[in-house]
Design a protein around this ligand. Structure first.
Ligand code: HEM
Length: 513
């Protein structure tokens, strides 16, 4: 046998061995592990739709969603059965906690309140964020919303500092100016119809640009547009199953586009960071807004608290996205609910006029608003922008009476808890801000696990007060100038597109006061 033949045989054997190893790993992942987890959970009384090879329950989920989403919906606020028909149906069949499959990945859905509380309040890093991949990873990177452990703690400290009470007070003028810019545009729609979702998207982008990044929407426009494209790609691919390792050999057109977008977003944000570094020479500091604090931490001498350039980029992406998607959703649904319920629109307007007259809102008045707070709380209950929360079980652990295997994904369906009649009463699906008249604690019977618009525990929303202030300012300034009614062209079709949004926008008619 020649040397060449020997080498060929050795190479062929290595290739066969490699393929065999790959096949065994694949089978372990898509067949053995799911079957084992299903048995372990079934033996503890947790049931759900059976695992099917490769796709898990994705086909059933998509079929049910397509069926509900393809039918028109009346003006009902009971949107959970339309958005998550599979959860609505399976929670009824299998009980408060159930096992379902996103491809070969096991998802344990929990609505038992003690479990919800334990998972979200976890301080020992058992139920963690992180481990995200694919389009979501390209969208958010490993920033504050997705990182874990020490890296998360370091970033959270910094964000808390950027959004603490005193900083928020200082942001009020920038928020007011941004709303004034929006209302200038609204003058052209007086007595006519206006679509508010797109208006609020521009407003919230302007506000986060000014307050966190010291720039205007126009300066960050390219980044916003690229991030919006990325959100679209993420939503389109959310339910697609990928065989492990496949991406090494084959890329879809969405993969290629998202890789390109990811590179371009990184380059654009890096330019903003470099510009801010230049500011050090001229102004002697990096600035005290979020970008300033991030750039300072990147340039810092303290090894322990230093951020890498990638960390700064990932956090800028996170805040650009988190800072405007969710608040746009909140503002849009509030306008819809007030356009339908003129009584509540009048009540909130009366409060605004009593507090501010025809003057711009101020921090003290914002803190004293009662009716406005009730309306916002009720909107967030019926139309929570983040419709669910997820965590990953880091290692085998005990949750109440359950033993959970490592790597299990936990899903907390916020929307299901928010419209449960056993928690909120028989009128759970109706808009009734009065239920919050005694505050959130009273409405929830002192159980924080039943109302989760901003999450709960250490990973709860760092932008809560920022978002509420922004919403109160924008709504107050609108109510001072206009009454608004729902346009007959409005089509009620809430969809989940990263956050909960109106599929065809929200059209109202503006009546100047
Ligand atoms: C109405 C508006 C908003 C809603 C409903 C909302 C909702 C949420 C929820 C539910 C979480 C927790 C996620 C989890 O536990 O997995 C969260 C986290 C977060 N939110 Fe918000 N959010 C809003 C506005 C904002 C704004 C304006 C910002 C930024 C300025 C922001 C930045 C973040 C960040 C960075 C996190 C991750 C925190 C961490 O993991 O430590 N959010 N938000």
């Amino acid at each position: 046998m020649s040397v060449l033949e020997t080498i060929t045989i050795l190479l062929s054997c290595s290739l066969c061995l490699y393929l065999l190893f790959f096949l065994i790993r694949l089978l372990h992942r898509i067949w053995w592990t799911p079957i084992r987890i299903q048995r372990v959970m079934n033996s503890q009384g947790i049931r759900g739709p059976s695992y099917r090879l490769i796709h898990g329950n994705i086909k059933e989920i998509l079929n049910m969603k397509t069926a509900t989403m393809s039918k028109p919906m009346g003006l009902s606020h009971n949107i959970f059965p339309r958005l998550d028909p599979h959860l609505q149906s399976w929670l009824n069949i299998y009980g408060k906690n159930l096992l379902m499959w996103h491809g070969p990945q096991a998802h344990l859905v929990i609505t038992e309140l003690e479990y919800v509380k334990e998972v979200l309040n976890d301080k020992e890093n058992i139920y963690v964020k992180g481990g995200i991949e694919g389009f979501l990873k390209k969208l958010l990177g490993d920033g504050l919303a997705t990182s874990k452990g020490e890296k998360w703690a370091k970033q959270r400290k910094l964000a808390n500092h950027a959004f603490y009470a005193e900083s928020l007070k200082n942001m009020v003028p920038a928020m007011i100016e941004s709303v004034e810019m929006m209302l200038e545009r609204w003058k052209h729609h007086e007595g006519k119809e206006i679509e508010v979702f797109e208006e609020f998207r521009l407003l919230t982008s302007e506000v986060i640009s000014r307050t966190a990044f010291g720039s205007s929407y126009l300066e960050g426009e390219v980044i916003f547009e690229m991030l919006i494209k990325m959100v679209f790609l993420f939503s389109r691919n959310m339910h697609k199953i990928r065989l492990p390792g496949l991406s090494l050999f084959w890329k879809s057109s969405d993969d290629i586009e998202s890789n390109k977008l990811e590179r371009e977003i990184r380059d654009s944000i890096t330019r903003i960071i470099r510009k801010r570094e230049e500011a050090l020479k001229e102004e002697g500091n990096f600035g005290t807004d979020l970008l300033g604090l991030l750039v300072e931490a990147y340039n810092g001498k303290d090894e322990k608290n230093r951020l890498t350039l990638q960390d700064v980029v990932d956090n800028c992406k996170t805040f650009y996205i988190a800072g405007h998607e969710t608040t746009t959703s909140l503002l849009s649904w509030t306008i819809l609910l007030l356009a339908i319920d003129m009584d509540w629109q009048d009540k909130v307007r009366k409060e605004v006029l009593e507090l501010f007259g025809d003057q711009n809102p101020n921090a003290e008045g914002i803190a004293r608003m009662k009716k406005m707070t009730m309306v916002i709380n009720e909107t967030l209950r019926l139309y929570a922008p983040a419709t669910g929360l997820t965590r990953k079980v880091e290692w085998e652990s005990k949750l109440g009476r359950l033993v959970l295997p490592a790597n299990l994904t936990l899903v907390i369906p916020t929307m299901s808890l928010h419209i449960d009649p056993l928690i909120w009463g028989e009128d759970a699906h109706l808009f009734n801000p009065e239920r919050f008249s005694g505050g959130v604690a009273k409405a929830t019977n002192n159980n924080p696990a039943v109302y989760l618009p901003f999450g709960l525990g250490p990973r709860s929303c760092v932008g809560l007060n920022f978002a509420i202030n922004e919403a109160k300012i924008a709504l107050s300034m609108i109510l001072q100038r206009y009454a608004f009614t729902l346009s007959p062209t409005y089509i009620h079709s809430p969809i989940l597109h990263f956050t909960l949004r109106p599929e065809h926008g929200i059209q109202v008619v503006l009546h100047p006061l």
